[in-house]
Design a protein around this ligand. Structure first.
Ligand SMILES: [Zn+2]
Length: 81
C-alpha cells in the first residue's frame, strides 16, 4: 500500500479557562479582574485593579499624619490674633 510519511497536521483547539485571582494579602480579587486580548500580540491578559484592603493599610499612616497636621494647623489658626 502506498504511504505518505511524516505528514504534518496543525490542529487548533478553543477552550474557556476559568481562573482565580488573589492579592498577595489573601484577598479574593476575581471581582477586580477583567480579561482581554492584547492588541499587538493577541495574547490573553488579566487586568487587576489594586487591592483596596492593601491600599488602605499602606496609606493609613499617611492619613493619620495628615489628620495630625490638620489638627496642628487648626490650633495654630486659633492662636492668631
Ligand atoms: Zn491585598
Amino acid at each position: 500500500m502506498p504511504t505518505f510519511k511524516d505528514i504534518e497536521i496543525t490542529t487548533s483547539v478553543t477552550v474557556d479557562i476559568e481562573f482565580e485571582v488573589f492579592c498577595s494579602c489573601g484577598a479574593h480579587m476575581c471581582n477586580e479582574t477583567d480579561t482581554r486580548n492584547s492588541r499587538n500580540r493577541n495574547a490573553p491578559q488579566a487586568v487587576v485593579s489594586p487591592c483596596q484592603k492593601c491600599i488602605e493599610s499602606e496609606t493609613q499612616p499617611l492619613r493619620d499624619r495628615i489628620e495630625e497636621l490638620e489638627q496642628l494647623l487648626a490650633e495654630a489658626r486659633e492662636l492668631q490674633p
